[in-house]
Ligand binder design. Structure first.
Ligand SMILES: [Zn+2]
Length: 272
């Protein structure tokens, strides 16, 4: 049976760490060094030919460092673990290492000047995109409430203050009385998208109009949530002027995000 020495990061002073290492290096009787993460890097023992990792997985850098403690030719490194996730993580590390090696090979084969030129090009392109993002302000959004009127018959539909944004892409109206402004028909393709279950199409209730306003359906625990299409309405400003927007991204008024608590207040009692 071999004797062993122990090396720890917190329980030992620096001189005693050094003592333990020297004993392992120089004494022929101590063939085993048990260590915490303190031995991850920097320890150089040329004869070390086996590294055992016990329930110990880090990132790819750590993996390569720790494996490098086995300095001897044909040294081996094993992970001992009972945890499936650790094995998976280590396999991913191995894959990353392979990808890195491949990338290094590709880079080394490149002409140096060509490499520098390409690199500069990528950096400039990145900066250009960053600047565009920084300077893009979008349309100026007004805080004042505006009125949405049916695009065809100009009947009042709702206030823009009552429009809420669902998942940044759908637009609903939280005013209870909005339901009195439209009628529904079962949707011919009742599909689900982005957590929303399409069930009905909604139409302007004015008997002389009946224009298609959008759809209605279930979202989360809420039923009959309407989603309106902005190109079916005209927007009336406070001074009476009217504007038309083909798409929601073009509108010039602010809309709040959908808030479950707010919806609970106005919609919770409503079912089919
Ligand atoms: Zn209408």
């Amino acid at each position: 049976m071999y004797q062993f020495v122990y090396l720890s990061i917190s329980g030992m002073t620096l001189p005693s760490q050094k003592g333990a290492l020297d004993t392992f290096k120089n004494s022929g009787d101590n063939k085993l060094l048990i260590a915490t993460s303190v031995a991850d890097e920097g320890i150089d023992i040329p004869a070390c030919n086996l590294v055992l990792l016990y329930e110990y997985v880090g990132n790819v850098t750590k993996m390569i460092q720790v494996r490098g403690r086995g300095r001897a030719k044909d040294s081996k490194c094993y992970l001992i673990t009972s945890k499936h996730e650790q094995v998976e993580k280590e396999n991913i590390n191995l894959l990353h290492e392979e990808l890195m090696n491949n990338a290094v090979t590709v880079l080394q084969e490149k002409d140096r000047n060509e490499f520098i030129r390409q690199n500069l090009h990528f950096q400039r392109e990145e900066k250009r995109l960053r600047d565009i993002k920084k300077n893009f302000k979008g349309p100026v959004l007004s805080k004042e409430n505006k009125r949405l009127l049916c695009g065809r018959c100009k009947t009042f539909a709702c206030d823009t203050d009552n429009i809420r944004l669902i998942n940044k892409s759908h637009h609903t109206v939280i005013d209870r009385s909005f339901k009195d402004k439209y009628f529904t028909r079962v949707h011919s393709k009742p599909v689900a998208f982005g957590g929303f279950h399409k069930k009905y199409k909604i139409f302007c209730k004015n008997p002389k109009c009946g224009d298609d306003w959008g759809i209605s359906g279930n979202y989360l625990s809420f039923q009959n949530i309407p989603l309106i299409k902005i190109d079916k309405f005209v927007v009336e400003n406070a001074n009476g002027t009217q504007e038309y927007f083909k798409k929601w991204v073009m509108v010039n008024f602010r809309m709040k995000e959908f808030n479950q608590e707010e919806i609970d207040e106005s919609f919770s009692a409503q079912t089919d």
